[in-house]
Write a protein that binds this ligand. Structure first.
Ligand SMILES: [Fe+2]
Length: 207
């Protein structure tokens, strides 16, 4: 797989779209979060995170309003608030804040690959060739993270924030991102904020 052409314009776009990057204290980690998103976008026809539909997966859990950048920011901000509350209640809470914020911001960095119309068309045309999708966004996101030199703990959050994490033991920071990310979609669904949600019905009574 050839290296994508990462431009300074893409890097500047990512910094503008994800202002929570500035909450990361380590400047090298900040730069690598930017690099991961610029790398992921440069591999596709997307020129910004906001061009990616606001959805949990292509065609599923689709926001009525908002983009993928809004989702990332929402998850990152909520992770910071959850962490702050635990640290207030438990001063010895062994949380690595930089890893949590970086992981929250890149947990979906594999989505440009999975959502790219050119990839979806290719996979749909011949699913027997490489599958459909060939690689879901969590493991692809780990590939992106490791390709730009992000720490293993951040790549772990990308790969294990969804159902791929059921086969392994999640880290503390990944556990927070996993629950916040799932709560994000579940709460929006309960609030009628997802376009593809079926009519709400009570559960079927037991037989
Ligand atoms: Fe997500």
């Amino acid at each position: 797989m050839k290296m994508p052409n990462i431009t300074d314009e893409l890097r500047a776009t990512v910094r503008a779209e994800l202002p929570e990057i500035e909450e990361i204290s380590d400047p090298d980690l900040r730069d690598k979060v930017v690099e991961a998103w610029a790398f992921a976008l440069a591999e596709t026809s997307f020129r910004s995170i906001s061009e990616i539909p606001g959805a949990g997966a292509p065609g599923r859990n689709v926001l009525k309003t908002g983009t993928q950048a809004d989702h990332l920011r929402g998850v990152a901000i909520q992770c910071i608030r959850v962490a702050d509350e635990f640290k207030t209640q438990f001063p010895d809470f062994p949380l690595k804040c930089d890893i949590l914020i970086a992981g929250a911001l890149v947990h979906d960095v594999g989505k440009p690959w999975e959502f790219a119309p050119e990839n979806q068309t290719r996979w749909e045309d011949d699913p027997r060739e490489t599958g459909w999708p060939s690689i879901r966004h969590p493991p692809y996101g780990a590939h992106v993270c490791l390709s730009v030199g992000l720490p293993e703990a951040v790549a772990h959050i990308a790969t294990a924030h969804s159902r791929e994490g059921e086969a392994i033991l999640r880290s503390l920071e990944c556990t927070i991102v996993y629950y916040v990310d799932h709560a994000y979609w579940r709460i929006l669904k309960a609030g009628g904020m997802l376009a593809d949600t079926e009519a709400v019905r009570p559960p079927a009574p037991p037989p």
